[in-house]
Design a protein around this ligand. Sequence first.
Ligand code: AMP
Ligand code: ZN
Length: 137
Amino acid sequence: MDCIFCKILDGEIPAYKVYEDEHTMAFLDITQGTKGHTLLIPKKHVKNVYDLDDDTAATLFQAVPKVAKALKKAFNPIGLNVINNNDQPLQSVYHVHIHLVPRYDNDGMVLSTINHQDDVSKETFLEIQDAIKNALS
Ligand code: AMP
Ligand code: ZN
């Protein structure tokens, strides 16, 4: 399969591996958006969050706090973002992955959300709530 992360798992291409267990592996993101920027992936090839089965999701996410705590211990960041991109134009590698991004003072990353609370009426909140609940049922 022509998947760069499967090739990393197979050892076909090198990576700076930092963690591995039966179901997951973590390695440094080549771009190092901040110092310690790490990607966590399942060993099973799954395209993105929409294709994750329950077991793969569980084993993938159980490793998130482990790697997060290691990054906190190693670099003492002021905070840490856990990010997952799905589909174009956000996702560039189609093997699901979790970004763990330690945050530092003046690190240049812009990842905060915008507060639209004052622009969203109670009716709109209820409509949004309904849309999601209907989609789940
Ligand atoms: P995304 O945009 O969420 O799909 O992110 C994919 C990430 O994979 C990017 O941050 C890339 O820097 C990273 N990446 C791509 N190829 C490699 C590689 N060979 N080793 C490490 N990280 C990679
Ligand atoms: Zn893959």
